[in-house]
Design a binder for this molecule. Structure first.
Ligand SMILES: Nc1ncnc2c1ncn2[C@@H]1O[C@H](COP(=O)(O)OP(=O)(O)O)[C@@H](O)[C@H]1O
Ligand SMILES: [Mg+2]
Length: 314
């Protein structure tokens, strides 16, 4: 992602307290730049849908400011909203409508003139063309979700929110949606998706923000986040047991295990250089005349990081 690209969305001090006192968003600050795919990763109840709702004008913030495309969402809501697409988490409206009409109508909602070509293109790209005359309620869950995406794309948004786009869909459809998201990105659409699937953030995003209890715990480029928090573990099985580690090994973060038959490396914390260090380590072993039968190397994934931070499996 181009870190100098213009900011498309600027959120400052955003707080939402629901009636009853639950603080769903707590002083959120976030800047999204043109052209990026940003994944908001967090467990259920973290505040993801509330955050999207606030930006799309569906949830009234208790405090803070939101600027989209340079417009203040409080003062110039309509101007900004017309350029924002939302694929909501829940299927709701127009279940009785045929697919084609629902998608065309969505364009009109944003004050755009009808455009048959555009609608056909969107429906075809989502494999909905053959279903265009069917009522939404008659479609399978996966197809319904495609309709939601088609509706969001019908008005050619510059900024698209996908709220848990693949929750509850099968693996095949998930992969296809990822492809769709890639296609949209190629068209220059800026995408913010929420997910509680780490795999999805890892696969799709340029940047990842981790949210929990209404607070953003950290935001970073995906690779940088993994390197910053990442750690490498390597187990080296030796051909013959060692009584103790040779002095040449002491500069590495290693211990001797399995009755001297294994060297355990645990390092590279926050540097992203663990793998390179393990390579150095194996060279040092060879030059000490120590032979090994195999190396099992593991680098922590975004999932490990997420679990460490959030303290639970998503
Ligand atoms: N309309 C509402 N009224 C009161 N509490 C709500 C409302 N919507 C969501 N919440 C609460 O706000 C918190 C954040 O919810 P939500 O934004 O839906 O989280 P997520 O999308 O990350 O699962 C949750 O504790 C949820 O129960
Ligand atoms: Mg949600």
């Amino acid at each position: 992602m181009d870190s100098d690209a213009e900011p498309i969305l600027e959120i400052e001090g955003l707080t939402k307290v629901y009636p009853g006192g639950l603080k769903a968003l707590d002083d959120i600050g976030l800047t999204i730049r043109k052209g990026e795919i940003f994944a908001l990763l967090g467990p259920n109840g973290a505040g993801k849908t509330t955050l999207i709702g606030a930006v799309c004008g569906l949830v009234r913030p208790s405090a803070g400011t939101i600027r989209a495309f340079g417009y203040d969402m409080h003062d110039d809501w309509r101007k900004a909203r017309a350029r924002i697409g939302l694929v909501p988490q829940e299927l709701s409206t127009d279940m009785f409508e045929p697919v084609h009409r629902a998608v065309s109508y969505s364009r009109g909602l944003f004050g755009l003139p009808p455009d048959k070509t555009r609608i056909e293109e969107v429906l075809r790209s989502l494999s909905l063309w053959d279903k265009r005359n069917e009522r939404i309620m008659a479609l399978s869950g996966g197809m319904k979700r495609r309709v939601l995406i088609a509706k969001a794309l019908a008005h050619e948004p510059d900024l698209l929110f996908l709220d848990e786009p693949t929750a509850g869909v099968d693996v095949e459809l998930r992969r296809e949606m990822w492809k769709q998201i890639d296609t949209m990105r190629a068209r220059g659409v800026t995408i913010i998706l929420t997910t509680h699937y780490i795999e999805e953030a890892e696969e799709m995003a340029d940047r990842v923000g981790i949210i929990r209890n209404g607070k953003i715990l950290m935001v970073d480029e995906k690779e940088a986040m993994m390197a910053r928090l990442g750690r490498t573990e390597a187990l080296i099985d030796l051909t013959e047991p060692l009584a103790e580690l040779p002095p040449a090994m002491t500069r590495f973060p290693v211990t001797l295990g399995k009755d001297g038959m294994q060297i355990c490396y645990r390092g590279g914390d926050g540097t992203g250089k663990g793998k390179a260090e393990v390579a150095d380590l194996t060279k040092a072993l060879v030059s000490c005349g120590i032979d090994y039968t195999g190396i099992d190397i593991h680098e922590s994934s975004l999932e490990d990081i997420f679990v460490d931070l959030v303290g639970e499996r998503a």
